[in-house]
Structure formats: structure tokens, C-alpha cells
Design a protein around this ligand. Structure first.
Ligand code: 5AD
Length: 327
């Protein structure tokens, strides 16, 4: 399948045609990965953020939020010992917070690298090359860096971090330095047109990525887009299927916001070719404050994730992402 303007037609599929499209994507996934789904635990280590993205409720100017940082000890004592055994990978995520990189992520990664077999990924934002190197040295090898949108003007208009050029340069730099990189975009972001969507998917296809994601836009409370409609579930799932067919060998996640986008969204994504599920491991006390959209979140617990994986006819992968991609 080539990315072209007809791509946006795929997004509108429904009924029997839609099921056929998803089945095709599921088969493409199965050909490369089987029905295995990687399960990654996510710890939201800090919600401090120096960026000010127009669509995100965690942005710097949102003063109504309690800001927190977890401690390394808290994560080691309360999170790591309770990891279900089907979790092969751990992702440390935060607002763009240099303090969290220095004081939490780097020391924690060093310990996890030494004492566990977990694959270690990070989603922390844009920093200097020496910071990426320190994270990699500490043991992480998978960097999540979203482009949000593939059009430079649109990128600027939603106040995404820095410029699209800088973001793309960071992705290339990380990949050249040996990281597995995952990127992605927000479907239904205000101002997005079919042409912008096509441009975005083309950009993602061309970038040196191990993973690629689509997140449904959810209007964030206290953002200037709070009255803008959320992305529709069918479009999101059709996009998952489209990504799988265009990029059959990449890691494509089912994101928890898909269950916010509609009933059955999570398993639906796995049935449309996604092959990564995430479990939220952030301690209870902090979860409500990690507010990308609003306080109510779709928290994926391990029971819930296992049930969704099973209902999609899949099984948790026994092998982590790094070992799979290296094999
Ligand atoms: N809707 C959907 N996704 C969002 N993100 C931030 N705000 C929203 C929103 N309102 C996603 C972006 C960002 C990640 C942290 O969360 O992709 O990079």
C-alpha cells in the first residue's frame, strides 16, 4: 500500500469493508510477529514539564496541576517488585523535565539494567546529545519521540515542542546513535486536514523507526482545544490498520486512550494489527496528576490488559522488544 490521498478513504471504512481491512492488517502483523503482543509497564516518573503544548493539559502554563516527582526508592520498592511476569519491558515517561532525567531516570536505569532483564525504554522529551548518551549509557535503548503532526506549520500552530525540523533531527540523531526509536502522531489534532494526515504518515514511514503510534485526540481540560471534538474510534482503529499495512515490521501500540475513544477500543487496536500493550504502573498517589487530557483516565491494569489481549486472540510475548528485533 502506498501513502496517497486515497489513504484518507481507508480511514472512513465501516462495516464489512472495515472488518476486511482490519483482518488484512492482523494478518500482516501475524506474518511478522505472530499473535504475540509485547507488554510494557509504564511508570510516569514526573509531571513537571517545560513545554507548553496547546493540546496537553500537562503543559507548563497549567498551574492548576499538582506537580510531582517519584523517587528512585519508591519505584524500586513499590513498583518493580510487583511487576507481573509477562511484562518484558519498562518505559519511563515524564513531562519534559531535566531534573527527572538526571535525578530519577538515569540512576534508576542503571539499577534496573544491572538487576533485571527488562527492556528499558524512555519517553522524556528533547535534550542535548550528551543527555541522550547518558540515558543510553545508563541502560535504555528504546526512545519514544512523537512528531505529533508531520506538517511544520501545523506543528507550530498547536505549540508542539520546538519545531518539527528539530524534532525530526532528534529522531534521526537518536537512531544514528543506536537507539530503537518510536514516533507517532495525534489523530484528530485541531487543524489537521487529510493532506496533513497524509504528510504525517509519509514522514513517519520515511523515518528510521522501530515503532510507530497513533493516539486519538482527546480534548484536554484547561487547554485551548477543550471544546474541540475527540477523534472517532473507527478512524483511529482504521489508522492502526493502515500503519500496520504500511509498516509491517514496526512495533505499533494499542494506547489506553483508545478505550477512551470508545467501547472495545483497546482490543480493537490489537485486532487491527497493533502488537504492544502497556500497563500503567504509576503509584496510585501520582496517577491523577499525570494529566495529559483530564483527571479521569483509562488506567490499564494487568488484569484488564490480559483480558483485552486474550479477547483479541493474542498472547503476551515471552520475548522483549529488543531481543525480538535483534533476532
Ligand atoms: N489528545 C491526545 N494525545 C495527547 N497527547 C497530549 N495531549 C493529547 C491530547 N489532548 C499525547 C501527545 C504527547 C503525549 C505525551 O500525549 O502525543 O506527545
Amino acid at each position: 500500500m502506498v501513502v496517497s490521498d486515497s489513504f484518507s478513504n481507508c480511514l472512513k471504512l465501516s462495516g464489512a469493508e472495515q472488518r476486511r481491512f482490519h483482518r488484512q492488517a492482523e494478518e500482516a502483523r501475524n506474518e511478522r510477529f505472530g499473535n504475540r503482543v509485547f507488554v510494557r509497564g509504564v511508570v510516569e516518573i514526573s509531571n513537571f514539564c517545560r513545554e507548553n503544548c496547546g493540546y496537553c493539559a500537562m503543559r507548563r502554563d497549567h498551574t492548576g496541576l499538582n506537580r510531582y516527582r517519584l523517587s528512585v526508592d519508591e519505584i524500586l520498592n513499590e513498583v518493580v517488585p510487583n511487576l507481573p511476569d509477562f511484562v518484558t519491558d519498562l518505559n519511563l515517561q515524564a513531562g519534559e523535565d531535566p531534573v527527572a532525567v538526571r535525578e530519577i531516570a538515569i540512576p534508576l536505569l542503571k539499577i534496573l539494567k544491572r538487576e533485571t532483564r527488562l527492556g528499558l525504554s524512555v519517553c522524556l522529551g528533547t535534550f542535548r546529545e550528551s543527555d541522550y548518551a547518558a540515558l543510553r549509557e545508563a541502560g535504555a535503548d528504546y526512545y519514544v519521540m512523537k512528531v505529533e503532526t508531520g506538517n511544520a506549520e501545523h506543528y507550530k500552530s498547536v505549540q508542539a515542542p520546538g519545531s518539527l525540523d528539530e524534532r525530526v533531527a532528534a529522531i534521526r540523531q537518536l537512531s544514528a546513535a543506536g537507539w530503537m526509536v518510536s514516533s507517532g502522531f495525534v489523530l484528530g489534532l485541531p487543524g489537521q486536514t487529510d493532506a496533513i494526515l497524509t504528510e504525517t504518515v509519509e514522514l513517519l514511514k520515511a523515518l528510521p523507526l522501530a515503532g510507530c503510534s497513533v493516539s486519538p485526540f482527546i480534548p484536554g481540560e484547561n487547554t485551548r482545544f477543550s471544546d474541540h471534538p475527540a477523534a472517532g474510534l473507527d478512524e483511529v482503529l482504521n489508522m492502526v490498520a493502515g500503519l500496520r499495512l504500511l509498516m509491517p515490521g514496526r512495533i505499533i501500540p494499542a494506547v489506553s486512550a483508545m478505550s477512551l475513544a470508545g467501547e472495545g477500543g483497546y482490543a480493537g487496536a490489537l485486532r487491527a494489527g497493533a502488537n504492544l500493550a502497556t500497563i500503567n504502573l504509576t503509584p496510585e498517589r501520582a496517577r491523577g496528576d499525570y494529566q495529559i487530557y483530564r483527571r479521569e483516565r483509562a488506567i490499564m491494569t494487568s488484569e484488564l490488559v490480559l483480558r483485552e489481549i486474550e479477547s483479541a486472540g493474542c498472547v503476551p510475548s515471552e520475548v522483549g522488544i529488543r531481543d525480538w528485533l535483534a533476532a
